[in-house]
Design a protein around this ligand. Structure first.
Ligand SMILES: *[C@@H]1O[C@H](CO)[C@@H](O)[C@H](O)[C@H]1NC(C)=O
Ligand SMILES: *[C@@H]1O[C@H](CO)[C@@H](O)[C@H](O)[C@H]1NC(C)=O
Ligand SMILES: *[C@@H]1O[C@H](CO)[C@@H](O)[C@H](O)[C@H]1NC(C)=O
Length: 205
């Protein structure tokens, strides 16, 4: 199968927002819709880490961070999912590093198949879900999932990240579970946000 390039989308946000159900409605995350606007921060992915392997129901032949000069780091991962999946529990949790990583702003879980099927009306989620359908149809399509190998080449672009976030180090955990709570895939994304002007660190935020 061909690698699919998933560009222009904070898939992190896409995943958060498209699978988050009601949770996101309450989270004060604003998404910059004007992708040409200048942000008061710079965002850098330092690495992607596939964790918790080996998995029982899936396998990960490779999971690599490809660093590129002057461009966001790329995640190049392959996930073999032999079984059909009609129920996928998704957990998304963001951490901000104080002295250790502490939960911050986003902590949510949602069953993805039902959400994609019956899409509750959540403007922010709908907005991002539309982008996801364009850029990551392989992941955004309705269930069943599985019985295939997902070869994903993806990177986070600043275009769809929030307008304003505190400077510092972040870790975003995205986890997928089968009906019996067995992990299908778990990713940690390490992000560094530097202020470029007005955005202060967490302390002053
Ligand atoms: C986006 O923002 C830029 C700079 O503020 C502005 O010039 C441009 O017209 C905006 N685009 C849209 C589609 O609103
Ligand atoms: C991703 O890794 C696979 C396996 O090593 C390789 O064949 C492919 O060219 C890589 N793609 C990118 C974009 O790095
Ligand atoms: C799973 O995928 C394979 C290859 O794409 C296909 O031949 C097979 O029929 C699928 N399994 C089922 C149960 O449909």
């Amino acid at each position: 199968m061909k690698d699919r390039h998933i560009v222009g989308l904070g898939m992190i946000l896409a995943t958060i927002l498209s699978y988050s159900g009601q949770c996101v409605a309450n989270a004060e995350v604003s998404v910059a819709r004007n992708t040409t606007s200048i942000k008061p921060y710079s965002l850098k992915i330092t690495k992607y880490l596939c964790v918790g392997m080996p998995y029982k129901r899936t396998s990960v032949p490779y999971c690599k961070t490809v660093l590129r000069r002057n461009h966001p780091a790329v995640l190049n991962v392959s996930v073999v999912a032999p079984e059909f999946l009609n129920w996928i529990w998704v957990k998304v949790k963001l951490f901000y590093k104080f002295s250790s990583y502490q939960p911050f702003l986003i902590d949510m879980e949602q069953e993805a198949c039902e959400y994609v099927k019956n899409r509750p009306i959540i403007p922010l989620a709908d907005y991002v879900y539309e982008i996801m359908q364009k850029t990551a149809p392989e992941l955004a399509h309705p269930c069943p999932h599985g019985n295939k190998t997902y070869n994903i080449v993806w990177w986070l672009e600043e275009s769809y990240t929030p307008k304003s976030i505190p400077a510092g180090d972040y870790r975003l955990d995205i986890q997928f579970f089968a009906h019996d709570k067995v992990t299908l895939f778990a990713l940690e994304t390490y992000i560094t946000v530097r202020r470029a002007g007005v955005i202060a660190s967490m302390i002053e935020w």
